[in-house]
Design a binder for this molecule. Sequence first.
Ligand code: UD1
Ligand code: CA
Length: 452
Amino acid sequence: MNIVILAAGMGKRMYSSLPKVLHPLAGKPMLSHVLDAARALQPKKIIVVYGHGGELVKERMVASDVVFAKQEKQLGTGHAVLQAVPELDETVPTLVLYGDCPLIGKGSLERLAVTAGTEKLGVLTVELNNPTGYGRIIREAGKIVRIVEQKDGNASELAIKEVNTGIVCAPTAPLKRWLSTLTNNNAQGEYYLTEIIDKALADGVEVVSAQPDSVMEAMGVNSKPQLAELERLYQRQIADKLLASGVTLADPARIDVRGKLVCGRDVFIDVNCVFEGDVELGDGVIVSPNCIIRNTKVGAGAEIRGFCHLEGAQIGNGSLIGPYARLRPGADLGEEVHIGNFVEVKNSRIASQSKANHLAYVGDSSVGERVNIGAGAITCNYDGANKHRTVIEDDVFIGTNCELVAPVKVGAGATVGAGTTLTRDAPAGALVVSRVKQTAISGWKRPTKEKK
Ligand code: UD1
Ligand code: CA
Protein backbone atom coordinates (compact mmCIF):
# COMPACT_ATOMS: atom_id res chain seq x y z
CA MET A 1 0.00 0.00 0.00
CA ASN A 2 0.84 3.70 -0.10
CA ILE A 3 0.77 5.45 3.26
CA VAL A 4 0.07 9.17 3.47
CA ILE A 5 0.71 10.83 6.82
CA LEU A 6 -0.94 14.21 7.30
CA ALA A 7 1.33 16.51 9.26
CA ALA A 8 0.73 19.97 7.86
CA GLY A 9 -1.66 21.33 10.44
CA MET A 10 -0.29 24.28 12.35
CA GLY A 11 -1.30 23.08 15.76
CA LYS A 12 -2.60 26.47 16.82
CA ARG A 13 -3.95 25.15 20.08
CA MET A 14 -0.47 23.98 21.18
CA TYR A 15 0.61 27.65 21.53
CA SER A 16 4.13 26.68 20.51
CA SER A 17 6.67 27.56 17.84
CA LEU A 18 7.44 23.86 17.41
CA PRO A 19 5.23 22.20 14.75
CA LYS A 20 2.61 20.08 16.48
CA VAL A 21 3.71 16.70 15.14
CA LEU A 22 7.23 17.24 16.51
CA HIS A 23 6.05 17.56 20.10
CA PRO A 24 7.33 14.52 21.95
CA LEU A 25 5.28 11.75 23.43
CA ALA A 26 7.32 9.40 25.62
CA GLY A 27 10.45 11.25 24.51
CA LYS A 28 9.83 10.84 20.78
CA PRO A 29 8.10 13.18 18.29
CA MET A 30 4.46 12.18 17.72
CA LEU A 31 5.21 11.87 14.01
CA SER A 32 7.99 9.34 14.73
CA HIS A 33 5.47 7.12 16.51
CA VAL A 34 3.23 7.27 13.45
CA LEU A 35 6.17 6.57 11.13
CA ASP A 36 7.05 3.51 13.20
CA ALA A 37 3.50 2.19 12.84
CA ALA A 38 3.60 2.93 9.10
CA ARG A 39 6.92 1.15 8.62
CA ALA A 40 5.64 -1.90 10.47
CA LEU A 41 3.18 -2.40 7.60
CA GLN A 42 6.02 -2.49 5.06
CA PRO A 43 4.30 -0.16 2.61
CA LYS A 44 5.49 0.56 -0.92
CA LYS A 45 5.80 4.21 -0.12
CA ILE A 46 5.41 6.62 2.80
CA ILE A 47 4.49 10.22 2.00
CA VAL A 48 4.50 12.85 4.73
CA VAL A 49 2.45 15.96 3.96
CA TYR A 50 4.05 18.91 5.73
CA GLY A 51 3.00 22.50 5.77
CA HIS A 52 4.14 26.02 5.36
CA GLY A 53 6.47 26.74 8.28
CA GLY A 54 6.91 23.03 8.75
CA GLU A 55 10.40 22.78 7.19
CA LEU A 56 11.57 21.59 10.57
CA VAL A 57 9.30 18.56 10.14
CA LYS A 58 11.13 17.66 6.94
CA GLU A 59 14.55 18.33 8.49
CA ARG A 60 13.94 16.23 11.57
CA MET A 61 12.15 13.34 9.86
CA VAL A 62 14.31 12.97 6.78
CA ALA A 63 14.83 9.26 5.99
CA SER A 64 15.53 7.22 2.90
CA ASP A 65 12.09 5.59 2.98
CA VAL A 66 10.04 8.78 3.36
CA VAL A 67 8.89 11.15 0.61
CA PHE A 68 7.71 14.66 1.51
CA ALA A 69 4.89 16.61 -0.11
CA LYS A 70 4.35 20.24 0.78
CA GLN A 71 0.92 21.69 1.40
CA GLU A 72 1.41 25.43 1.01
CA LYS A 73 -1.88 26.38 2.63
CA GLN A 74 -3.79 24.32 5.15
CA LEU A 75 -7.06 24.09 3.28
CA GLY A 76 -8.27 20.91 4.92
CA THR A 77 -7.56 17.20 5.28
CA GLY A 78 -8.80 16.39 1.76
CA HIS A 79 -6.63 19.09 0.25
CA ALA A 80 -3.70 17.73 2.27
CA VAL A 81 -4.07 14.22 0.80
CA LEU A 82 -4.39 15.79 -2.65
CA GLN A 83 -0.80 17.10 -2.31
CA ALA A 84 0.45 13.51 -2.09
CA VAL A 85 -1.43 12.34 -5.19
CA PRO A 86 1.51 12.58 -7.65
CA GLU A 87 3.41 10.15 -5.40
CA LEU A 88 0.67 7.52 -5.14
CA ASP A 89 1.05 4.16 -6.84
CA GLU A 90 -2.35 3.28 -8.34
CA THR A 91 -1.79 -0.46 -8.24
CA VAL A 92 -2.09 -0.58 -4.44
CA PRO A 93 -4.54 0.98 -1.95
CA THR A 94 -3.74 4.13 0.02
CA LEU A 95 -3.85 4.37 3.79
CA VAL A 96 -4.16 7.84 5.32
CA LEU A 97 -2.73 8.40 8.82
CA TYR A 98 -2.53 11.52 10.99
CA GLY A 99 0.72 12.83 12.42
CA ASP A 100 -1.14 13.96 15.52
CA CYS A 101 -2.65 10.55 16.28
CA PRO A 102 0.54 8.98 17.60
CA LEU A 103 -0.47 5.75 19.27
CA ILE A 104 -2.13 4.05 16.35
CA GLY A 105 -0.91 0.45 16.22
CA LYS A 106 0.04 -1.99 13.53
CA GLY A 107 -2.73 -4.47 14.43
CA SER A 108 -5.51 -1.90 14.08
CA LEU A 109 -4.19 -0.67 10.75
CA GLU A 110 -3.91 -4.20 9.42
CA ARG A 111 -7.51 -4.87 10.43
CA LEU A 112 -8.65 -1.77 8.53
CA ALA A 113 -6.57 -2.70 5.48
CA VAL A 114 -7.94 -6.23 5.45
CA THR A 115 -11.53 -4.97 5.87
CA ALA A 116 -11.15 -2.49 3.03
CA GLY A 117 -9.30 -4.87 0.72
CA THR A 118 -8.42 -3.41 -2.65
CA GLU A 119 -11.89 -2.21 -3.71
CA LYS A 120 -13.70 -0.82 -0.67
CA LEU A 121 -13.31 2.42 1.25
CA GLY A 122 -12.47 1.62 4.86
CA VAL A 123 -12.86 4.03 7.78
CA LEU A 124 -11.38 3.42 11.21
CA THR A 125 -14.07 4.42 13.71
CA VAL A 126 -14.34 4.33 17.48
CA GLU A 127 -17.03 4.85 20.11
CA LEU A 128 -16.23 7.68 22.51
CA ASN A 129 -18.09 8.63 25.70
CA ASN A 130 -17.32 12.22 24.86
CA PRO A 131 -17.23 12.58 21.07
CA THR A 132 -16.95 16.39 21.13
CA GLY A 133 -14.67 17.75 18.44
CA TYR A 134 -14.61 14.63 16.28
CA GLY A 135 -16.46 13.93 13.06
CA ARG A 136 -19.56 11.77 13.74
CA ILE A 137 -20.30 8.62 11.77
CA ILE A 138 -23.77 8.71 10.24
CA ARG A 139 -25.16 5.30 9.38
CA GLU A 140 -28.32 4.25 7.56
CA ALA A 141 -29.40 0.62 7.87
CA GLY A 142 -26.04 -0.03 9.53
CA LYS A 143 -24.02 1.32 6.62
CA ILE A 144 -21.88 4.47 6.79
CA VAL A 145 -23.42 7.17 4.62
CA ARG A 146 -21.69 10.33 5.80
CA ILE A 147 -19.32 11.87 8.33
CA VAL A 148 -20.46 15.11 9.92
CA GLU A 149 -17.93 17.45 11.50
CA GLN A 150 -18.56 18.94 14.94
CA LYS A 151 -19.03 22.41 13.44
CA ASP A 152 -21.46 21.20 10.78
CA GLY A 153 -23.65 18.84 12.78
CA ASN A 154 -27.16 19.29 14.18
CA ALA A 155 -28.10 18.19 17.69
CA SER A 156 -29.14 14.66 16.78
CA GLU A 157 -26.02 14.10 14.69
CA LEU A 158 -23.80 15.45 17.46
CA ALA A 159 -25.36 13.00 19.91
CA ILE A 160 -23.78 10.11 18.00
CA LYS A 161 -20.86 8.54 19.84
CA GLU A 162 -19.24 6.69 16.98
CA VAL A 163 -16.55 8.97 15.56
CA ASN A 164 -14.12 9.17 12.69
CA THR A 165 -10.52 8.55 13.79
CA GLY A 166 -9.53 10.20 10.52
CA ILE A 167 -7.70 7.09 9.38
CA VAL A 168 -9.01 5.72 6.10
CA CYS A 169 -7.94 3.16 3.53
CA ALA A 170 -9.04 3.64 -0.08
CA PRO A 171 -8.48 2.17 -3.54
CA THR A 172 -6.02 4.63 -5.08
CA ALA A 173 -7.29 5.32 -8.60
CA PRO A 174 -10.82 6.30 -7.49
CA LEU A 175 -9.37 8.16 -4.49
CA LYS A 176 -7.46 10.42 -6.86
CA ARG A 177 -10.65 11.12 -8.75
CA TRP A 178 -12.65 11.83 -5.61
CA LEU A 179 -10.00 14.19 -4.21
CA SER A 180 -9.91 16.26 -7.39
CA THR A 181 -13.62 17.10 -7.06
CA LEU A 182 -13.87 17.97 -3.35
CA THR A 183 -15.75 21.11 -2.40
CA ASN A 184 -15.37 23.45 0.55
CA ASN A 185 -18.88 24.67 1.24
CA ASN A 186 -19.00 23.77 4.91
CA ALA A 187 -18.74 25.57 8.24
CA GLN A 188 -14.93 25.70 8.12
CA GLY A 189 -14.55 26.44 4.41
CA GLU A 190 -12.16 23.47 4.17
CA TYR A 191 -11.74 20.62 1.71
CA TYR A 192 -12.72 17.73 3.96
CA LEU A 193 -11.27 14.29 3.31
CA THR A 194 -14.49 12.89 4.77
CA GLU A 195 -16.38 14.05 1.69
CA ILE A 196 -14.89 11.09 -0.21
CA ILE A 197 -17.58 8.99 1.47
CA ASP A 198 -20.34 10.64 -0.56
CA LYS A 199 -18.23 10.27 -3.68
CA ALA A 200 -17.48 6.60 -3.04
CA LEU A 201 -21.17 5.84 -2.53
CA ALA A 202 -22.04 7.77 -5.69
CA ASP A 203 -19.50 5.59 -7.53
CA GLY A 204 -21.07 2.44 -6.08
CA VAL A 205 -18.01 1.75 -3.92
CA GLU A 206 -18.83 0.10 -0.62
CA VAL A 207 -17.87 1.96 2.58
CA VAL A 208 -16.85 -0.29 5.46
CA SER A 209 -15.44 0.27 8.94
CA ALA A 210 -13.05 -1.31 11.42
CA GLN A 211 -12.26 -0.51 15.05
CA PRO A 212 -8.85 -0.06 16.70
CA ASP A 213 -7.57 -2.37 19.46
CA SER A 214 -8.02 0.39 22.04
CA VAL A 215 -9.52 3.86 22.25
CA MET A 216 -6.11 5.26 23.12
CA GLU A 217 -4.87 4.38 19.65
CA ALA A 218 -7.43 6.68 18.10
CA MET A 219 -6.82 9.67 20.33
CA GLY A 220 -5.63 12.76 18.50
CA VAL A 221 -3.62 15.57 20.05
CA ASN A 222 -4.68 19.16 19.45
CA SER A 223 -3.54 20.74 22.72
CA LYS A 224 -1.11 20.32 25.60
CA PRO A 225 -3.80 18.96 27.94
CA GLN A 226 -4.56 16.24 25.37
CA LEU A 227 -0.85 15.52 24.93
CA ALA A 228 -0.41 15.21 28.70
CA GLU A 229 -3.43 12.93 28.97
CA LEU A 230 -2.14 10.66 26.22
CA GLU A 231 1.35 10.60 27.76
CA ARG A 232 -0.11 9.37 31.07
CA LEU A 233 -2.24 6.72 29.36
CA TYR A 234 0.74 5.52 27.36
CA GLN A 235 3.04 5.44 30.39
CA ARG A 236 0.42 3.53 32.32
CA GLN A 237 0.28 0.97 29.52
CA ILE A 238 4.07 0.55 29.62
CA ALA A 239 3.97 0.20 33.41
CA ASP A 240 1.23 -2.43 33.15
CA LYS A 241 3.31 -4.41 30.65
CA LEU A 242 6.33 -4.28 32.99
CA LEU A 243 4.18 -5.45 35.91
CA ALA A 244 2.67 -8.23 33.83
CA SER A 245 6.16 -9.41 32.90
CA GLY A 246 7.12 -9.70 36.58
CA VAL A 247 8.83 -6.39 37.33
CA THR A 248 7.94 -4.88 40.72
CA LEU A 249 7.07 -1.20 40.50
CA ALA A 250 6.64 0.69 43.77
CA ASP A 251 4.02 2.79 41.97
CA PRO A 252 3.01 2.18 38.34
CA ALA A 253 1.90 5.81 38.13
CA ARG A 254 5.37 7.07 38.96
CA ILE A 255 7.66 5.65 36.30
CA ASP A 256 8.40 7.13 32.88
CA VAL A 257 9.86 5.14 30.03
CA ARG A 258 11.00 7.18 27.04
CA GLY A 259 12.43 4.47 24.87
CA LYS A 260 12.86 0.77 25.55
CA LEU A 261 13.28 -0.75 28.98
CA VAL A 262 14.17 -4.43 29.12
CA CYS A 263 14.12 -6.09 32.55
CA GLY A 264 15.26 -9.48 33.82
CA ARG A 265 13.57 -11.42 36.62
CA ASP A 266 12.91 -9.94 40.04
CA VAL A 267 13.72 -6.37 39.16
CA PHE A 268 12.49 -3.71 41.60
CA ILE A 269 11.98 -0.12 40.53
CA ASP A 270 11.12 2.46 43.15
CA VAL A 271 9.21 5.69 42.50
CA ASN A 272 10.06 8.60 40.19
CA CYS A 273 12.54 6.92 37.90
CA VAL A 274 12.92 7.95 34.28
CA PHE A 275 14.32 5.56 31.67
CA GLU A 276 15.43 6.95 28.33
CA GLY A 277 16.72 5.34 25.15
CA ASP A 278 17.73 1.69 25.47
CA VAL A 279 18.01 0.54 29.04
CA GLU A 280 18.57 -3.00 30.23
CA LEU A 281 18.25 -4.08 33.86
CA GLY A 282 19.56 -7.56 34.64
CA ASP A 283 18.04 -10.11 37.05
CA GLY A 284 17.52 -8.86 40.58
CA VAL A 285 18.47 -5.25 39.89
CA ILE A 286 17.18 -2.70 42.39
CA VAL A 287 16.63 0.88 41.32
CA SER A 288 15.93 3.27 44.21
CA PRO A 289 13.84 6.44 43.92
CA ASN A 290 14.56 9.40 41.67
CA CYS A 291 17.04 7.92 39.20
CA ILE A 292 17.47 8.95 35.58
CA ILE A 293 18.89 6.13 33.49
CA ARG A 294 19.62 6.59 29.81
CA ASN A 295 21.12 4.14 27.29
CA THR A 296 22.62 2.05 30.07
CA LYS A 297 23.03 -1.63 30.80
CA VAL A 298 22.90 -2.71 34.44
CA GLY A 299 24.23 -6.17 35.30
CA ALA A 300 22.43 -8.75 37.44
CA GLY A 301 22.20 -8.07 41.14
CA ALA A 302 23.43 -4.50 40.87
CA GLU A 303 21.84 -1.85 43.03
CA ILE A 304 21.30 1.71 41.92
CA ARG A 305 20.67 3.84 44.98
CA GLY A 306 18.61 7.02 44.99
CA PHE A 307 19.19 10.14 42.89
CA CYS A 308 21.62 8.69 40.35
CA HIS A 309 22.09 10.03 36.84
CA LEU A 310 23.40 7.36 34.51
CA GLU A 311 23.98 7.78 30.80
CA GLY A 312 25.74 5.59 28.25
CA ALA A 313 27.11 3.37 31.01
CA GLN A 314 27.72 -0.35 31.51
CA ILE A 315 27.47 -1.59 35.05
CA GLY A 316 28.80 -5.02 36.00
CA ASN A 317 26.97 -7.64 38.07
CA GLY A 318 26.65 -6.95 41.76
CA SER A 319 27.83 -3.36 41.57
CA LEU A 320 26.63 -0.70 43.98
CA ILE A 321 26.00 2.74 42.54
CA GLY A 322 25.04 5.90 44.40
CA PRO A 323 23.25 7.50 46.04
CA TYR A 324 23.92 10.67 44.03
CA ALA A 325 26.32 9.13 41.51
CA ARG A 326 26.80 10.30 37.96
CA LEU A 327 27.95 7.93 35.25
CA ARG A 328 28.55 9.56 31.89
CA PRO A 329 28.98 8.00 28.45
CA GLY A 330 31.72 5.41 28.28
CA ALA A 331 31.63 4.54 31.98
CA ASP A 332 32.28 0.81 31.88
CA LEU A 333 32.24 -0.84 35.28
CA GLY A 334 33.22 -4.44 36.01
CA GLU A 335 31.62 -6.71 38.62
CA GLU A 336 31.07 -5.57 42.20
CA VAL A 337 32.32 -2.06 41.61
CA HIS A 338 31.24 0.55 44.16
CA ILE A 339 30.61 4.09 43.00
CA GLY A 340 29.37 6.23 45.86
CA ASN A 341 27.92 9.65 46.48
CA PHE A 342 29.02 12.61 44.37
CA VAL A 343 31.33 10.51 42.22
CA GLU A 344 31.45 11.20 38.49
CA VAL A 345 32.83 8.68 36.02
CA LYS A 346 33.28 9.40 32.31
CA ASN A 347 34.80 7.38 29.47
CA SER A 348 36.58 5.09 31.89
CA ARG A 349 36.90 1.39 32.45
CA ILE A 350 36.85 0.44 36.11
CA ALA A 351 37.59 -3.24 36.66
CA SER A 352 35.96 -5.53 39.20
CA GLN A 353 35.87 -4.86 42.93
CA SER A 354 37.28 -1.37 42.64
CA LYS A 355 35.75 1.43 44.69
CA ALA A 356 35.34 5.18 44.52
CA ASN A 357 32.98 5.79 47.37
CA HIS A 358 32.91 9.53 47.81
CA LEU A 359 33.39 12.81 45.95
CA ALA A 360 35.71 11.82 43.10
CA TYR A 361 36.11 12.39 39.37
CA VAL A 362 37.38 9.59 37.18
CA GLY A 363 37.60 10.62 33.52
CA ASP A 364 39.38 9.09 30.50
CA SER A 365 40.90 6.44 32.74
CA SER A 366 41.64 2.73 32.90
CA VAL A 367 41.31 1.51 36.44
CA GLY A 368 42.37 -2.05 37.36
CA GLU A 369 40.85 -4.47 39.86
CA ARG A 370 40.58 -3.95 43.62
CA VAL A 371 41.61 -0.31 43.36
CA ASN A 372 40.53 2.11 46.07
CA ILE A 373 40.03 5.69 45.03
CA GLY A 374 39.75 7.98 48.05
CA ALA A 375 37.42 10.87 48.68
CA GLY A 376 38.22 13.99 46.71
CA ALA A 377 40.55 12.24 44.24
CA ILE A 378 40.48 13.75 40.78
CA THR A 379 41.89 12.70 37.44
CA CYS A 380 43.03 15.89 35.72
CA ASN A 381 42.25 14.71 32.23
CA TYR A 382 41.95 18.05 30.47
CA ASP A 383 44.77 20.54 29.98
CA GLY A 384 42.54 23.19 28.53
CA ALA A 385 42.99 21.91 24.98
CA ASN A 386 43.33 18.14 24.94
CA LYS A 387 42.19 15.14 26.95
CA HIS A 388 44.72 12.68 28.37
CA ARG A 389 44.43 9.24 29.91
CA THR A 390 45.12 8.08 33.40
CA VAL A 391 46.08 4.45 33.95
CA ILE A 392 45.66 2.98 37.40
CA GLU A 393 46.73 -0.66 37.63
CA ASP A 394 45.40 -3.42 39.90
CA ASP A 395 45.46 -3.10 43.70
CA VAL A 396 46.37 0.58 43.75
CA PHE A 397 45.36 2.76 46.69
CA ILE A 398 44.76 6.42 45.88
CA GLY A 399 44.59 8.48 49.08
CA THR A 400 42.09 11.24 49.63
CA ASN A 401 42.28 14.52 47.78
CA CYS A 402 44.87 13.43 45.20
CA GLU A 403 45.22 14.98 41.76
CA LEU A 404 46.40 12.65 39.02
CA VAL A 405 47.63 14.91 36.24
CA ALA A 406 47.17 12.97 33.00
CA PRO A 407 48.81 11.46 31.07
CA VAL A 408 49.99 9.51 34.06
CA LYS A 409 50.22 5.93 35.22
CA VAL A 410 50.07 4.38 38.65
CA GLY A 411 51.80 0.98 38.72
CA ALA A 412 50.20 -2.10 40.26
CA GLY A 413 49.99 -2.10 44.04
CA ALA A 414 51.28 1.47 44.40
CA THR A 415 49.99 3.73 47.15
CA VAL A 416 49.51 7.41 46.43
CA GLY A 417 49.53 9.36 49.69
CA ALA A 418 46.71 11.72 50.56
CA GLY A 419 46.98 15.16 49.04
CA THR A 420 49.47 14.14 46.37
CA THR A 421 49.58 15.91 43.04
CA LEU A 422 50.86 13.17 40.78
CA THR A 423 52.61 14.56 37.70
CA ARG A 424 54.94 11.63 36.95
CA ASP A 425 54.23 7.89 36.82
CA ALA A 426 54.11 6.09 40.17
CA PRO A 427 56.24 2.92 40.21
CA ALA A 428 54.49 -0.35 41.03
CA GLY A 429 54.42 -1.21 44.72
CA ALA A 430 55.86 2.15 45.86
CA LEU A 431 54.43 4.81 48.18
CA VAL A 432 54.35 8.09 46.33
CA VAL A 433 53.73 11.34 48.18
CA SER A 434 54.07 14.92 47.01
CA ARG A 435 53.22 17.10 49.91
CA VAL A 436 54.68 20.12 51.62
CA LYS A 437 56.47 18.89 54.74
CA GLN A 438 54.46 19.54 57.90
CA THR A 439 55.84 22.20 60.21
CA ALA A 440 54.65 23.35 63.63
CA ILE A 441 55.06 26.90 64.96
CA SER A 442 54.59 26.74 68.69
CA GLY A 443 53.17 29.69 70.60
CA TRP A 444 51.46 30.98 67.47
CA LYS A 445 48.95 33.71 68.27
CA ARG A 446 45.94 34.20 66.08
CA PRO A 447 45.31 37.78 64.98
CA THR A 448 42.59 39.53 66.97
CA LYS A 449 40.10 42.16 65.84
CA GLU A 450 41.40 45.74 65.95
CA LYS A 451 39.58 48.06 68.41
CA LYS A 452 38.20 51.29 66.87
C1 UD1 B 1 -10.36 15.43 11.47
C2 UD1 B 1 -11.55 14.82 10.74
C3 UD1 B 1 -12.58 14.37 11.76
C4 UD1 B 1 -11.94 13.37 12.72
C5 UD1 B 1 -10.70 13.97 13.36
C6 UD1 B 1 -9.95 12.91 14.12
C7 UD1 B 1 -11.86 15.87 8.57
C8 UD1 B 1 -12.60 16.90 7.81
N1 UD1 B 1 -12.14 15.80 9.86
O1 UD1 B 1 -10.83 16.58 12.14
O2 UD1 B 1 -13.68 13.76 11.11
O3 UD1 B 1 -12.85 13.00 13.71
O4 UD1 B 1 -9.81 14.48 12.35
O5 UD1 B 1 -8.88 13.46 14.84
O6 UD1 B 1 -11.06 15.14 8.00
N2 UD1 B 1 -3.98 18.47 8.26
C9 UD1 B 1 -3.17 18.81 7.20
N3 UD1 B 1 -3.54 19.82 6.37
C10 UD1 B 1 -4.70 20.50 6.51
C11 UD1 B 1 -5.54 20.13 7.59
C12 UD1 B 1 -5.16 19.13 8.44
O7 UD1 B 1 -2.10 18.22 7.02
O8 UD1 B 1 -4.97 21.37 5.70
C13 UD1 B 1 -3.57 17.40 9.15
C14 UD1 B 1 -3.27 17.85 10.55
O9 UD1 B 1 -1.89 18.13 10.70
C15 UD1 B 1 -3.66 16.66 11.39
C16 UD1 B 1 -4.78 16.02 10.60
O10 UD1 B 1 -4.63 16.49 9.27
O11 UD1 B 1 -2.61 15.74 11.52
C17 UD1 B 1 -6.15 16.34 11.16
O12 UD1 B 1 -6.40 17.71 11.04
P1 UD1 B 1 -7.28 18.50 12.08
O13 UD1 B 1 -7.39 19.89 11.63
O14 UD1 B 1 -6.78 18.26 13.45
O15 UD1 B 1 -8.68 17.77 11.86
P2 UD1 B 1 -9.88 17.68 12.86
O16 UD1 B 1 -10.62 18.95 12.85
O17 UD1 B 1 -9.42 17.15 14.15
CA1 CA C 1 -7.30 16.78 15.07
